[in-house]
Design a protein around this ligand. Sequence first.
Ligand code: IMP
Ligand code: MG
Length: 173
Amino acid sequence: MTPTNLEMLYTTQQIEQRVMELGKQIEADYKDQPLVVVGVLKGSFLFMADLVRAIKHPLRCDFLRVSSYDHDVSTGVVRMDFDLTQSIENDNVLLIEDIVDTGKTLGFLKEHLHGKKPKSLKVCSMLYKDIGVDNRHLVDYVGFEIPNHYVVGYGLDSEGLYRSLPYIGYFPK
Ligand code: IMP
Ligand code: MG
């Protein structure tokens, strides 16, 4: 059920179509090279589940978890809650994020993963939020570029809620 006062940003159908396009693009870019897809929990879990099924390609999946938000406000300090379970040394790694906002989480994660000596490291984020800071170079694949709204749904939460919505929306200020 759609919560009252939630404005639709991307419908289930728009998301499905964009995820298929991203999958095709990633497949073409990596040819048949094996890939390790690393999801950042919790926000990327639905996006990653759909994206890996759109990449017809041998791949492994792993996850890590970081947190930096407190009551929907970024604390600016990124904490590693848990790390990968397998080595990624000499692997082609594709990091999957839900959203890039200030870019602090992604900056932290890229440095952290580079330390594990992958063969290559690319980033795919479902959303890129335009907050007037140019962080676009941090991301190789972006699902949608969005204005500066706090968004929920399709994995994204507000104080733990709304992750299971099959679309992306925002609460107007
Ligand atoms: P950053 O470090 O400011 O780029 O924030 C990245 C993380 O904050 C994302 O991975 C999300 O988990 C969370 N986040 C940022 N903006 C939003 C939003 O609009 N809705 C839900 N979560 C968000
Ligand atoms: Mg996140």
